[in-house]
Design a protein around this ligand. Structure first.
Ligand code: FES
Length: 126
């Protein structure tokens, strides 16, 4: 774990680094093991990310890829909580997402809110 020093620490050959970024500007870099969900690596680092089902159904762990190749994260199970348009927009489920290469992710409960309908927001639009 490296807090607030993304890119500074020496990275073991073959390891991947996922840099987590919160809305308040806090960052934390974690290094998921091969075949380990990013959420598990974040928990080891006491990141305090929200989660629920841990198998891709509830969406509580939704994050958004900020940079990195879209192929840098691979869902080990179907990300059922996300619609195709969310996947196309870079949203991922950290409980079932494995890092294949370095990436940067926006995390926190506000990311999930972006993927959920907000009836009050659209009231009166139509
Ligand atoms: S914790 Fe439910 S989808 Fe990830």
């Amino acid at each position: 774990m490296n807090e607030d020093d993304a890119g500074d620490a020496e990275q073991p050959a073959g390891a991947t680094r996922a840099t987590l970024e919160w809305a308040d500007g806090r960052t934390l870099s974690v290094e998921p093991q091969p075949d380990e969900p990013v959420l598990d690596a974040a928990e080891r680092a006491d990141a305090g990310l929200p989660y629920g089902c841990r198998h891709g159904a509830c969406g509580t762990c939704t994050a958004r890829l900020l940079d990195g190749d879209p192929e840098s994260l691979d869902h080990r199970r179907p990300p059922r909580a996300l619609k195709p348009r969310h996947l196309d927009a870079g949203y991922v489920l950290l409980c079932v997402a494995e890092a294949r290469s370095d990436c940067r992710l926006r995390v926190g409960s506000d990311v999930l809110a972006e993927t959920r309908p907000a009836p009050w927001r659209d009231a009166g639009d139509g």
